[in-house]
Structures are given as C-alpha cells and as structure tokens.
Design a protein around this ligand. Structure first.
Ligand SMILES: Cc1cc2nc3c(=O)[nH]c(=O)nc-3n(C[C@H](O)[C@H](O)[C@H](O)COP(=O)(O)OP(=O)(O)OC[C@H]3O[C@@H](n4cnc5c(N)ncnc54)[C@H](O)[C@@H]3O)c2cc1C
Length: 387
C-alpha cells in the first residue's frame, strides 16, 4: 500500500487552499498527495468575498470595490464599505495560481483520478484512486456530500445562474457592483440579482434564489433576460460565459472530524455560512487554523468549536433560516432592513462572525420583531420537543 504523511482528497477551492497554507508552513517537508478527478482548466466559478486590506490571493483578485449598490424595498442606495473591499476572484485564475505555486513544493504529488472509496482504517485514512489504496495518518476530505433534508434542521438552497455579458453600449459603472438587487418578482421566495462589472461594457450578471427547489435552466435564463432588458441599457449583448451553482444553506450539524484520521474541509466540513452561502473566506480562515494546530500539536487537527459569543451568532443563522424557510416575512424586506438600519461595515463584520455581542444585539434589533420572535419561539419549541 502506498503511504503519504498527508492526503488531500479533492483539489477544489478548499483542497488547493489547504495545500497552499501547508506550502507556507514547516509542514511543507511532509509528503503530501492531492487528488482530484478534474484538472481544473475551466473558469467554472467566481468567488466574491469581502476583506480588509490585502489577503493571500491579492495578486490574482480580478476586481475589487470600495462601495456597493443595494436595491431593496423601502431603501436603495450606494453603501460605502469603509475599511472593507468587496473582491472578486475568478476560478480559473485561482486554479492556475495554485497549480503554479504548488509546483514549487517538492514533496507534493498531484494525481488526477476518481476517488472511488474513502475509509478510516486502523493504520490511517485510506483513499482508493484508480483501484489503488493509498494511506496517510490524516486525510483532508472535501469530496464528501453533505446530507440535505435532515429533519429538525433548515435546508434551503442558494441556487443561481450567471452570465458574463459584453454589451453594445456602455451600461455598467466599473466602480459600482450591484450586490442584492431585489427589483425582481419575488414569487414568495428570496430572489435577487448581482451585477459585477469588469468594465463599462462587460459584467457578470447573476440571478440568485434562496429556496428549496432548483429551477429548470430556462427559468433562470428568462429572468436574466428580463432583468437585462428592464434594468440595464445594454442594447444588444453577447453571452461570453455561464456559471451555475447550488450552495447548501443549512444548519445541519456537520462533523468536521467524523473519524480518527479524517478531517472534512470546505463545503464538506460545513464551512459555508448557513444564512448567506458565503464559503470562501471562512474556508481560508478555518484552514489556517487547522494548519496552525497541526504545526503545534503534530496531531490530526481538530478545530476549536465556538464558545458563547460565536455560538450565539450561529444560533442567529438558524433564526434567519427559519424566517426565510417558513416565509415569516418577505425576504427582500429582511435584507433591506439589515442594510438600511446598520452601517455596511457592521453587516460584513456580522457575516464574518466578528461583531461584539452589543453589535449582534443591534443587528437583531434592526430586524422585523414579530417574525423573528416567532422564529426564535419555533426553534426553542423544536429543541424542547427533541431533548
Ligand atoms: C458557481 C459557484 C459560485 C460560488 N461563488 C461563491 C462566492 O462568490 N463566494 C463564496 O464564498 N462562495 C461561493 N461558492 C461556494 C463555495 O465557495 C464553492 O463551492 C467552493 O468551490 C467550495 O470549495 P470546496 O473545496 O469545498 O468544493 P469544490 O471547490 O467543489 O472542490 C471539491 C473538489 O473535489 C473533487 N471531487 C469530488 N468528488 C471527487 C471524487 N470522488 N474523486 C476525485 N475528486 C473529487 C471535485 O472535482 C472538486 O474539485 C460558489 C459555488 C459555486 C458552485
């Protein structure tokens, strides 16, 4: 049986990021195997996230903005992000950058193939690739598919289709991305558009829904066409690229350490923020914690689970999901109140779970009281029933 010190199962965003942080740590001397079924040669997704100052991927950030436009129910306007910048990173740039960086790591092997089996054995975690078993004391797994529809949890999906379009006329302000434009038929869901401009004539326009049911492909495309015709003075336009995604928005408890030698990371590890679907920055943060822990303990890393203030923030995710899933208040108005009644920096800090307890209470106070109280009551009732 082949042996490595570390196996990274899945070389997407989380697997590659982990290899990157390992390459910058004393652990770089360990033998590392990264396995993925794909070579990652397509621009299959675009990551947006917010950050203060420069991050580890600054050199490949495609666009960044200091203000965003928001269109809601009782409020629309431009929001200054203060110390934050909203950043966009193209999948293809990330994959190329990572593969170039990782070539510098002499002890890293990259193998392309299907992992047909992953199991914890006494001597370590085992993956089977091309019929061959490979073992390591620690396997980081980003290939595990999270269960959906677990009873007693909220299981929404964030699903979206986006087009990169080139327009006949100048119609985008390169300094003003639209982040959450709710001026579209809500159909009792949460539906909005992102418009992320590359220049005056090119942008990623993305139709996004939070609900339980993925649509037929044409339904997203009809909505994209209607939005472009109604809200952009584009003239004719050409579709350059398409992206489609489904991100779980669930508060199902995820086991990051399901067994002795296996650590789940990325979406598989439940790193997605349940109430927003944002995963990129949390993954960076959590993986840095894992690498630091492995450096000091030399053990299979276990991420410290949050104590009271963080636990409270995570409970707020469940409250918001409960409001959205049970349609207790129109979602467009919930997000409008959030941005109307709080400075954007506080909202971003809140979504990063970096706010103080007082700021959390200010956020809670900005929400429609009745529906949120009902959601809290419902959650307490459900927990009490299942104690
Ligand atoms: C289109 C799209 C846009 C997104 N945009 C954002 C965004 O703007 N901001 C944000 O924060 N999050 C975003 N997300 C959510 C999240 O950041 C991404 O899904 C991210 O790629 C998750 O990283 P991951 O490593 O967990 O999964 P992935 O990047 O999907 O990596 C998993 C890897 O495992 C491989 N794999 C799976 N099974 C096997 C197997 N059996 N054998 C071998 N290889 C296997 C896959 O090929 C893949 O490369 C987006 C998601 C999508 C789909």
């Amino acid at each position: 049986m082949e042996h490595y010190d570390i196996i990274i199962a899945g070389g997407g965003m989380a697997g590659l990021s982990l290899a990157f942080y390992l390459s910058r740590s004393p652990l770089r001397s360990r033998s590392i195997l990264l396995v993925d079924r794909e070579r990652k040669e397509k621009n299959d997704r675009t990551w947006c996230y917010w950050e203060r100052g420069d991050g580890p991927f600054e050199a490949i950030v495609y666009r960044k903005w200091r203000a965003i436009d928001f269109y809601g129910t009782s409020f629309s306007g431009s929001l200054d992000l203060g110390d934050y910048q909203y950043k966009m990173l193209r999948g293809i740039d990330f994959y190329r950058f990572m593969h170039e960086e990782l070539q510098k790591l002499p002890n890293l092997d990259v193998r392309f193939g299907e992992i047909t089996h992953l199991e914890d054995l006494e001597q370590g975690g085992m993956v089977v690739v091309g019929g061959k078993p490979i073992v390591a004391p620690v396997v980081f797994d980003s290939t595990y598919r999270l269960p959906q529809s677990t009873p007693r949890t909220h299981n929404l999906l964030q699903h979206f289709k986006g087009w990169v379009i080139t327009t006949e006329r100048d119609c985008f302000d390169p300094n003003r991305p639209r982040v959450m434009d709710f001026r579209v038929e809500q159909q009792e869901d949460c539906r909005f558009l992102y418009v992320l401009p590359f220049n005056k004539r090119q942008a990623l326009v993305e139709y996004t829904i939070f609900n339980e049911q993925v649509l037929a492909s044409e339904a997203y495309e009809d909505s994209l066409r209607q939005y472009i015709d109604r809200f952009l003075e584009a003239g004719s336009y050409r579709i350059e690229e398409t992206e489609f995604g489904i991100i779980p928005m669930s508060d199902v408890a995820v086991s990051e350490n399901p067994s002795q030698h296996i650590v789940r990371i990325g979406t598989s590890g439940g790193y997605t923020k349940p109430s927003t679907g944002y995963t990129f920055q949390r993954t960076q943060r959590y993986l840095q914690e894992l690498v630091a822990s492995m450096e000091t303990t030399n053990q299979v890393p276990v991420r410290k689970q949050p104590g009271f203030p963080k636990w409270f923030k995570q409970a707020l995710d469940s409250v918001l999901l409960n409001v959205l899933q049970n349609k207790r208040h129109p979602a467009d108005d919930v997000f409008t109140k959030l941005f109307q009644r709080n400075p954007p920096e506080r909202v971003f800090r809140f979504m990063d779970e970096d706010t103080s307890f007082l700021e959390d209470l200010q956020i809670v106070n900005s929400m429609p009281k009745g529906p949120f109280a009902m959601a809290v009551f419902d959650l307490i009732r459900q927990r009490a029933l299942h104690l």
